[in-house]
Design a protein around this ligand. Sequence first.
Ligand SMILES: Cc1cc2nc3c(=O)[nH]c(=O)nc-3n(C[C@H](O)[C@H](O)[C@H](O)COP(=O)(O)O)c2cc1C
Length: 207
Amino acid sequence: MPDVRTLRAGTRLGKGVITGGGKGRRVDVATRILLVSGSTRDGSTNTAALRTARAAAPDGVVADLYEGLARLPAFVPDDDEPGHPAVAELRRLVRAADAVLFCTPEYAGSLPGSLKNLLDWTVGGGELYGKPVAWVNVAAEGRGSGADAALATVLGYVGAVVVTPGPVRVGVGRDAVGPDGLVGDERVRTAMRKVLELLAEQVPART
Ligand SMILES: Cc1cc2nc3c(=O)[nH]c(=O)nc-3n(C[C@H](O)[C@H](O)[C@H](O)COP(=O)(O)O)c2cc1C
């Protein structure tokens, strides 16, 4: 998928309208959604769900999968002006995104430490403040509520705008992840596309 889709001026894109030219002039615009998995596991069901979202993104949405979670150093408040390239990259990607979609497993009744660490890195810079966010829970029914609660708390603290009342739930078992790293189940594709649409609708129109 190209980084930025090229659309004709006048095209309606969710709430956004492509402006900046006469009829037929081509301009580059898209709603960019950053996909953040809380799992660092090879074969992760959460990462697979996000890859599937990327592949199923609706027109006008470019979804980018964040792949730096395991490279982030432990958050140290003294280093909050980060020289570390992984931190700089994280902040740049979150800042550049119009919205963020999370998908995380539950570890020990809460968020994986690596995802909480990522979120801690955004507190000082305020990158998530006012940003539309949502999350998907792919755990089996009745599982993962500790991660849901923790994510809701942290996203509230960082001032993100949670666009769904809670997680979007769509179970993804390990055997649902194909050799291409995607989830072939149409139910999952549809759910992921819908949540991207929902997020894109909450992105303020560009003027
Ligand atoms: C360290 C660790 C702690 C876990 N703690 C929980 C837990 O508290 N509750 C739960 O439902 N599952 C727990 N699990 C299971 C994971 O949530 C489950 O394996 C999930 O599928 C992992 O997501 P992934 O496939 O994206 O890696 C834990 C797994 C690990 C490795």
